[in-house]
Design a protein around this ligand. Structure first.
Ligand code: ADP
Ligand code: MG
Ligand code: MG
Length: 657
């Protein structure tokens, strides 16, 4: 998780006093790096995944599952091997927000060979096994997006007691020792976000209203020691949570790609943006919060609200006096501007004028300047005294400080100083899946999409405001089956004509479009499998696979992955979120009152651990046998793709892997 500088953390008041200093030098550091590296070319494709694991301990006698706060010990052991063999260790381990979490990545990024797709799952399994070896009896590493009873009484082992009157979070539910204590970053962020905001963060998630759920659903928070602040922040009919841990204590699956140069990275950043809501919905895994069934299937808004450090002024609740901007989004949210395409940047971008001016005067183009000037509207929220004065020629900590606390759906990552790493793009919305097979499938699917997009020169860009609308829909309960998403169907046209803005609105509202039909309202199933003139993501990937050299074994692996994505998209298999929801609602101990009791939590997680370990499977969640490809090939759409590619081949020469 982000920048892990060592040192003595400053208080919020001290950090605030240095905010302009950090921004000023952060921009200088970025410019120095940019000038050095903008012309870097011919970097090759590298990519890698990040999986976050949750340590769970079962008490089989009492039939409870608790979060096991041993991450620090476990991490120290895990990192020993890595430190002994820094150049050729197959796994890398990093701390995460909570003391029940660890993050694992492959020891080295994967490269451009098709055969590398065959290594992902095995490496994930290796990571899980490394973890398991260090865990005690009844302790399990789960790739679980959200622990269902996070923040319920006695949810950790050892037991912890929240301290609403003091400490970093002041949460009614989540004690400070649950925050990872092995590095000061996490507690400091927690405290400083709360102090900057001027109050505790307030997370309100609509509750799933069942037959016996009280209506309105209002909790008496005084029994947790609330002094009134929480009660007034909690909305009726919502599950209320009050600290960073509820969001940052969730796990996700991220994938990073290295592009061959800065322009390709910018294009990839843009092209993957419309896929964020699609992949979030396809990977939905988290329907339960603080022991209640929610009306959402994903964690996204929970995290977004959990680190929302905007003051009342910045949230537009009071006139601006102390602060500079009214800001429309949390630091953890969707992106606000494309990096290579002007046409569809239709969100009112908040940016720092002075910084924009500085960047442009140094020769940076408008779009990239705006992107950076937008990130830099934020204050640093953690700073270490030893790191205040830096050598801007060599260090980039101040830049990374702001960059790494802008937790957006996509991240544009400049090369780190003194490294041979190129321009990278990180895809951040996906929820983590229970099994290595699924996590490998989602990762490989996404990497293949990047190959398809770049090799075929496809265009998925659509107005960002529509991407945001899609994201809002993608959170919802059963969005995958119920919602239609505005999506670009004319993916073979490079640049949008000016009338596109009008077209997108008309198309997505279901009206007959006056200009060419570039966009349509599609289900996830249609986005993945195609409709009419639009070929669909999986048929495009299949087309690509047919064109490249690939060994039989890898091809077979990829087909299994595509099969999973296909079955999830069509609803033949449940998302993890639906599977968890159904498990809860069908359990005899569930009383149709939205409450997920300890016994249900225990049995659910036990089943999750058995599925993760391959001891059992569930044919409603995972393909039990490898069924053959289920993509409806869309002949008309595919023949258009063929014609387009033939034409392109003639112009650009052969496409290679
Ligand atoms: P973050 O800043 O998001 O925590 P990490 O350092 O944890 O990023 O790495 C994210 C992923 O990027 C890992 O899977 C890692 O293997 C991969 N990676 C490392 N180097 C490169 C590279 N040059 N290009 C692409 N991916 C890389
Ligand atoms: Mg990481
Ligand atoms: Mg990451």
């Amino acid at each position: 998780m982000g920048l892990l500088s060592e040192g003595s953390p400053l208080t919020w008041e001290e950090t605030k006093a240095h905010a302009d200093h950090v921004r000023k030098h952060g921009i200088i550091q970025f410019l120095n790096e940019y000038k050095r590296l903008r012309d870097r070319k011919k970097d090759v494709l590298y990519w890698g995944d990040e999986v976050e694991y949750t340590l769970v301990k079962f008490d089989h006698e009492k039939k409870v599952a608790r979060l096991c706060l041993r991450a620090e010990d476990v991490l120290n052991e895990l990192q020993k091997e890595e430190k002994n063999h820094p150049d050729d260790h197959p796994t890398t381990w990093r701390p995460e927000y909570a003391s029940y979490m660890v993050e694992g990545t492959p020891g080295k990024p994967y490269g451009g060979l098709m055969a590398h797709f065959n290594l992902v799952e095995a490496n994930m399994r290796l990571r899980r096994n490394e973890l398991k070896q260090l865990l005690g009896k009844d302790e399990h590493p789960l790739a679980l997006t959200a622990f269902p009873r996070l923040g319920c009484r006695d949810f950790t082992t050892p037991l912890t007691t929240p301290t609403p009157e003091e400490g970093a979070s002041r949460s009614l539910f989540y004690a400070d020792p649950v925050i990872f204590q092995g590095h000061p970053r996490f507690s400091t962020l927690t405290r400083n976000i709360r102090e900057r905001r001027g109050e505790k963060v307030a997370i309100n998630i609509p509750i799933y209203k069942d037959k016996n759920t009280p209506s309105p659903f209002i909790e008496d928070l005084s029994k947790y020691g609330d002094n009134g602040e929480s009660q007034s922040a909690a909305k009726p009919d919502h599950i209320y949570m009050d600290c960073m841990g509820f969001g940052m204590g969730c796990s996700c699956l991220q994938v990073t790609f290295q592009a061959c140069n800065i322009d390709e990275a910018r294009n990839l950043y843009d092209q993957l943006t419309p896929l964020c809501p699609v992949m979030l919905s396809l990977s939905a895994s988290s329907p339960v919060y603080r022991g209640y069934l929610s009306d959402l299937d994903t964690r996204w808004t929970v995290i977004s609200q959990s680190v929302d450090d905007r003051t009342q002024e910045e949230r537009g609740l009071k006139p601006l006096k102390e602060n500079k901007f009214v800001i429309n989004k949390s630091r953890y949210d969707s992106i606000d501007s494309y990096l290579s395409c002007k046409t569809h940047n239709d969100i009112n971008l908040i940016y720092d004028e002075e910084i924009l001016h500085k960047l442009k005067s140094e020769g940076l183009d408008d779009l990239l300047s705006r992107h950076i000037a937008h990130l830099f509207i934020r204050d640093p929220i953690s700073l270490f005294s030893e790191k205040i004065d830096q050598n801007d020629e060599e260090d980039t900590d101040h830049f990374e400080n702001i960059q790494s606390t802008n937790w957006q759906t996509m991240r544009f990552k400049p090369p780190p100083p003194n490294s041979n790493i190129g321009w990278r793009v990180e895809f951040r919305p996906m929820e983590v899946q229970l099994t290595d097979f699924e996590n490998a499938a989602y990762t490989v699917f996404l990497v293949l999409m990047t190959r398809v997009i770049l090799t075929f020169g496809l265009n998925f860009i659509m107005p960002l405001s529509k991407v945001d609308e899609n994201l809002q829909k993608s959170f919802k309960r059963n969005a995958l089956m119920d919602e239609k998403f505005c999506f670009r169907t004319d993916i073979l046209t490079d640049c949008s004509p000016p009338e596109a803005e009008k077209c997108v609105i008309e198309c997505c509202e279901g009206k007959t479009c006056t200009s060419q039909n570039q966009f349509k309202a599609l289900t996830i199933d249609e986005i993945v499998h195609g409709k009419d003139d639009y070929p669909g993501l999986i048929p495009l990937i299949n087309k690509y696979i047919d064109m490249v050299e690939i060994d039989v074994d890898t091809r077979c692996t990829i087909q299994q992955y595509l099969n999973l994505i296909s079955c999830r998209a069509s609803g033949k298999l449940k998302t993890t979120a639906t599977w968890i929801r159904d498990f809860v609602t069908n359990h005899p101990d569930y009383k149709q009152d939205s409450v997920v009791p300890d016994s249900v939590n225990y049995e659910l997680l036990l089943k999750c651990s058995q599925i993760s370990d391959g001891e059992i499977t569930d044919s409603t969640l995972l393909p039990s046998t490898v069924t053959s490809r289920t993509t409806d090939n869309i002949p008309k759409a595919m023949s258009k793709v063929d014609a387009y590619l033939n034409n392109k081949n003639a112009r650009n020469g052969e496409i290679t892997a």
